[in-house]
Design a protein. Sequence first.
Length: 150
Amino acid sequence: MKISISMFGLLTAVAMSLPAQAQFAKPEDAIKYRKASLTVLGTHFGRLAAMANGRVPYDAKAASDNAEVIAAVAKLPWAAFGEGTDKGETRAKPEIWKETAKFKEAADKSQAELAKVVSAARTGNLDALKAAVGPAGASCKACHDNFRKD
C-alpha cells in the first residue's frame, strides 16, 4: 500500500511538472510556483540533513516520510523558469536565462543527487543517508552560488 501511494505521488508530480509552464497565466504565477516548490523541497531536505548531521535524532520513519515529499517535489520548480520569469520578485540571477545549458546541467545534477538522498532515506540506514546528504547539499549550494541572488 505504501509503495502504491508513493508511486501515485511520484506519477502525479511528474504529470504536474510536464504541463506546468502552460499553467501559468502570468510570469508572477510561475515565480510564486517555483518559490513555493523550492521552499517545500528545502524544508524537507533540511530535515533529512539535520538527521544526517546529528542536529536532531535519527528517525527512520520521519526520514522516509521526508524523502517521499522530496521525491514528489524535486522536479516541480524547473518548469517555472520560463520566458518572462526573470523579472519581478525573484532572486534568480540573469545567468539562468543567459546560460541555460549550464543551468539545466546544475538542475539535473541536483535532481540526481536528491534522488540518491531519497533512495538512502528509504533504506532506513543512517550511514546511507549521511553519505547521500553531503553531495546533494553541495549540488544545491553550487546552483545557489551560480544562479541565485542573495
